[in-house]
Design a protein around this ligand. Structure first.
Ligand SMILES: Cc1cc2nc3c(=O)[nH]c(=O)nc-3n(C[C@H](O)[C@H](O)[C@H](O)COP(=O)(O)OP(=O)(O)OC[C@H]3O[C@@H](n4cnc5c(N)ncnc54)[C@H](O)[C@@H]3O)c2cc1C
Length: 457
């Protein structure tokens, strides 16, 4: 009789990379990601060294009746992946920037590596707020970054994808080759396969006028209402977001922001510093900033705009899209999440959408909700004594904002599993098409764990 260990030995012999089983130190290392609130418990982890390893892992999962899942950095962990074969892409670290404006990266590459490699050519990738996030997980979910209103979604810049589909075949996918996969992988995250490499366009942007204004909690109402009015007339050169912050005193958190309620207004301007300063002036005058970090920065420093955390931490997040954000909505947000609301959330953030984000991409894709006006995300850190309050509080904020919610959510900011949750990321026709394509390329439904549409088996 073949034991599980023996059959894993069969897989191990086919791999260039490592295979880690529960109990191995490498297993604990690979199964843990950025969000330590979720611990993945796969049957085994394949630390892929090349695309062939990914294909072997998927075929092995299919042959043994297991599911296959994927993880790069764990910034978007969705579920515990119980009993699955987890493909860890961290060692797929190819990163080549072509001076004529495009890049090819392996599935384990994080954004900062591409940002740094592109900088000598005055080029920039459309990364997100946190440069430690993985390129592939981010881009396959759309990718909403600090200059997004100028340049649009990262997924619209993709030229080619190399992907192992659920049938265990490695395919190269472009607008002309396997167009259904090309459509679905841009927005569909891991629904149609495990990406091994991505090729995408860069934009010419060596530097920009960007950063954040931080205001005291006492000014939250004035700042939020000013931001709402001011942002409504911003040109495409401006991308902005506003966050209510309650950052703990810890290394990396500036003293004026630590242990108190503050408001951050992020601003990224892709034209001259002079014109950016003029556009930002009304926001700077909304109240007296306690810190003003908006300045000309090299694109390589783009992570300072949001100053997201870089070290692993436990996170509970809830997200929504808003069709509009009138004064009544701002009052509702202040009442439930403002400085006097005793909110347990570390961050309540609104990102203004619109601009280039509302435009269709060059090639149609599975990325939905381009017409939303704002995205909302609430992030709580589940530690005593506030751990239990995070989820009910997020529900109360969502209830207060209900008249303005679209019911949708961006796939990137909405990691999680289950039919209801996934359905929020796509309109019904897109979801049905993703399921249909998945059925063709993954007839055994091997890719059934994580943030993927639920298929009837
Ligand atoms: C601090 C922080 C800041 C963020 N900022 C932004 C932001 O500004 N804009 C934005 O749009 N999103 C943002 N996100 C969300 C982030 O883009 C998603 O969570 C993304 O999925 C993370 O990808 P990852 O590979 O780093 O994480 P992982 O947890 O390793 O992967 C998450 C998911 O991505 C998919 N995926 C990963 N690798 C592959 C692959 N090789 N093939 C197919 N699918 C794959 C899978 O669905 C997987 O479950 C942020 C998240 C965090 C924690």
């Amino acid at each position: 009789m073949t034991t599980a260990v023996e059959s894993f030995d069969t897989l191990r012999r086919k791999l260039t990379g490592a295979l880690a089983l529960p109990g191995d130190p490498l297993y604990a290392e690979l199964a843990t990601g950025f969000n330590v609130a979720i611990t993945a418990k796969p049957a085994a982890v394949v630390e892929a060294r090349d695309a062939q390893d990914v294909a072997e892992a998927v075929r092995f999962a299919a042959a043994t009746g297991r599911a296959a899942g994927v993880q790069a950095t764990g910034h978007g962990l969705a579920g515990t992946l119980d009993e699955a074969v987890l493909v860890h892409t961290g060692k797929l670290d190819e990163c080549v920037v072509h001076p004529d404006g495009w890049a090819r990266v392996g599935a384990g590459v994080r954004w900062q590596q591409v940002v740094d490699a592109a900088a000598p050519y005055g080029l920039a990738p459309l990364c997100g707020s946190a440069p430690g996030v993985g390129v592939v997980g981010y881009t396959t979910g759309g990718g909403l970054g600090p200059v997004a209103r100028t340049f649009g979604w990262a997924s619209d810049r993709v030229r080619a994808v190399e992907i192992v589909t659920g049938d265990g075949v490695l395919r190269r996918v472009t607008a002309n080759d396997e167009p259904d996969l090309f459509w679905g992988v841009r927005g569909g995250k891991g629904a149609l396969g495990i990406v091994t490499a991505l090729e995408f366009d860069l934009v010419p942007l060596p530097s920009l006028y960007a950063g954040a204004l931080y205001f005291a909690g006492a000014d939250a109402a004035a700042v939020l209402h000013r931001w709402r009015e001011w942002s409504s007339s911003l040109p495409l050169a401006a991308t902005t977001s506003l966050a209510f912050l309650q950052l703990p005193p810890m290394p990396g958190v500036p003293e004026p922001l630590a242990g108190r309620f503050t408001v951050a207004v992020r601003f990224a301007w892709t034209e001259s510093a002079e014109s950016g300063a003029a556009v930002l002036a009304p926001m700077r005058a909304a109240a007296t900033p306690i810190i003003d970090l908006v300045q000309t920065i090299p694109y390589a420093a783009i992570g300072m705009v949001h100053a997201d955390p870089t070290e692993p931490m436990p996170v509970i997040e809830e997200t929504d899209l808003l069709a509009s954000f009138p004064a009544e909505a701002a009052d509702a947000l202040l009442a439930t999440a403002g400085p006097d609301a005793r909110s347990p959330q570390v961050m309540v953030e609104l990102r203004q959408l619109g601009g280039a984000l509302a435009e269709p991409g060059e090639h149609e894709s599975a990325l939905c909700h381009r017409d939303a006006a704002f995205s909302l995300i609430l992030i709580g850190v589940p530690v005593p004594p506030i751990a239990e309050a995070i989820v009910p509080h997020a529900a109360a904020v969502r209830a207060a904002l209900d008249p303005w919610l679209t019911g949708g959510a961006l796939p990137n900011l909405s990691s999680g599993t289950g039919a209801e949750r996934i359905a929020r990321s796509y309109d019904p026709a897109t979801l049905a098409r993703l399921v249909e394509i998945a059925g063709r390329f993954d007839p055994a439904n091997v890719l059934r764990v994580g943030q993927v549409p639920v298929r009837q088996s």
